[in-house]
Design a protein around this ligand. Structure first.
Ligand SMILES: Cc1ncc(COP(=O)(O)O)c(C=O)c1O
Length: 434
């Protein structure tokens, strides 16, 4: 057995790292650069996962790394909610501009075709910084309760919002919450996540009933479900939810922890539908590789929810708004803009779909948007998918299965990947799966 894995198997808790008996899984990452990863044996891999869709601008991106190193040397830690550092405000402002300020302009222009910039009413966002993605979801759930005074939350079948005890109530898959049910709250109801127009109508009718029956303060949704297997709802669905929430005085929360920062070919997946939430949860690609996340909301909503400070924050954590994470996030946003990675991803996503037609695989259907793509097989094909993912690993390609039955081969590579690298992946996958 690989000595690093042996060590881990002795000292890391069970049920964290899965170690296959045949030694085919996992590899031990030594270093990474751009779209490539090297293991401790020096073998090179093409990373089609972006390490859980985090490394959007490429692993160890020079601009982001340099920002992290400089910040680490200058101030590696400040005092969360007590004595802040300057980058926290700067990042909160950058997130406001990227989200609610940009959306306000779009919404205003949709209604008033020819408006001048000074005619657009000001609207900005406020942020609560957190560490992991699930914490941003929990901050959003608390915000919704405080803002509406209604405890109920509607989430969707297949949803993955993380595994902390708050977020876990809204994560759908039984394997995650069943062992802990005795300690879980009961504030969530689940509705079907529609993937077709017919299902959309059914879901809307069900949602209306849930609103009538329960005191619902928030609807929480992933604009495209990630871990559930790249499930894309009809484009109008987000608008439907927005209308429904408005008429029932509830908040719409978009969990864009997976889909955010260019992954789908837009800054955020909700940009495609041109309907925007009241709160958005961000993480993963926000920093390119540091545990920093954010719950960003319309300033009016955030101010309605959170009372003025009386000295001690009622929601905080030691590392809140970590300076290194903030420095990385500011550099990451700059890099995404300057390298025009959002537009590039939109184009590459379309090319990827076309490329798949050249390398089709029996029983597989192309799904997704931008570089959040997948090949969906039948649920019973889960073992076949896992076997292919393992063989691909031996051949130098890092992939992950997604979906409740592991029936989807998911692609969330760094957005810097090339068409050639995607084509090489599909060609190899086709050979492996035939
Ligand atoms: C949509 C979504 N929300 C929340 C999370 C949880 O984030 P974290 O694992 O950083 O807590 C994930 C993680 O994959 C995710 O995909």
């Amino acid at each position: 057995m690989n000595p690093h894995l042996k060590l881990l198997s002795t000292y890391e808790s069970r049920n964290v790292t899965h170690l296959a008996e045949d030694g085919a899984w996992p590899i031990v990452w030594e270093r990474a650069k751009g779209v490539h990863v090297w293991d401790t044996d020096g073998k090179k891999y093409l990373d089609l996962t972006g390490a859980f869709a985090v490394a959007a601008t490429g692993h160890a991106n020079p601009r982001v790394t340099q920002a992290a190193q400089a910040q680490f040397a200058k101030l590696p830690h400040a005092m969360g909610d007590v004595h802040p550092h300057p980058l926290k405000g700067e990042l909160a402002r950058a997130l406001s501009k990227l989200t609610f300020e940009r959306w306000a302009k779009k919404e205003f222009q949709q209604v008033h075709n020819h408006c001048l910039p000074h005619e657009i009413p000001p609207r900005h966002a406020k942020t609560i910084f957190c560490n992991s993605g699930f914490e941003a979801v929990e901050a959003a759930l608390k915000t919704a309760l405080l803002a509406t005074d209604k405890p109920g939350v509607i989430a969707f079948e297949g949803a993955y919002h993380g595994l902390g005890y708050g977020a876990l109530n809204t994560t759908h898959r039984a394997m995650f919450h069943k062992p802990f049910r005795k300690q879980l709250g009961k504030f969530s109801r689940f509705a079907q996540f529609p993937e077709t127009e017919a299902a959309r109508a059914e879901t809307l009718a069900h949602l209306e009933k849930l609103f009538q029956k329960h005191s619902i303060g928030a609807v929480l949704m992933e604009p495209i479900q990630g871990r559930a297997g790249l499930r894309v709802p009809p484009l109008r669905f987000l608008g439907d939810l927005k209308t429904l929430c408005k008429s029932h005085h509830a908040l719409l929360i978009c969990d864009e922890i997976y889909t955010g920062f260019g992954r789908t070919g837009e800054w955020f997946a909700c940009d495609s539908s041109q309907f925007y939430p009241d709160l958005i949860c961000l993480g993963k690609a926000l920093t390119n590789g540091f545990p920093l996340s954010a719950c960003v909301g319309r300033a009016a909503v955030m101010d309605r929810a959170w009372p003025a400070s009386e000295g001690e924050a009622i929601h905080t954590s030691t590392y809140l708004g970590h300076p290194v994470g903030c420095a990385m996030a500011l550099a990451q946003i700059k890099e995404l803009k300057e390298k025009k990675l959002i537009t590039k991803t939109r184009r590459l996503g379309k090319k990827f779909e076309k490329l798949y037609q050249r390398y089709p695989i029996e029983g597989a259907r192309y799904i997704g948007r931008g570089l959040m793509a997948g090949l969906a097989f039948n649920p019973s094909d889960g073992p076949r998918v896992m076997a292919a993912v393992k063989t691909m690993l031996q051949r130098g390609y890092i992939l992950l299965p997604a979906g409740e039955h592991g029936q989807v081969i998911a692609f969330s590579p760094p957005l810097t990947i090339t068409e050639k690298q995607l084509e090489r992946t599909l060609a190899t996958l086709q050979k492996v799966m035939s």
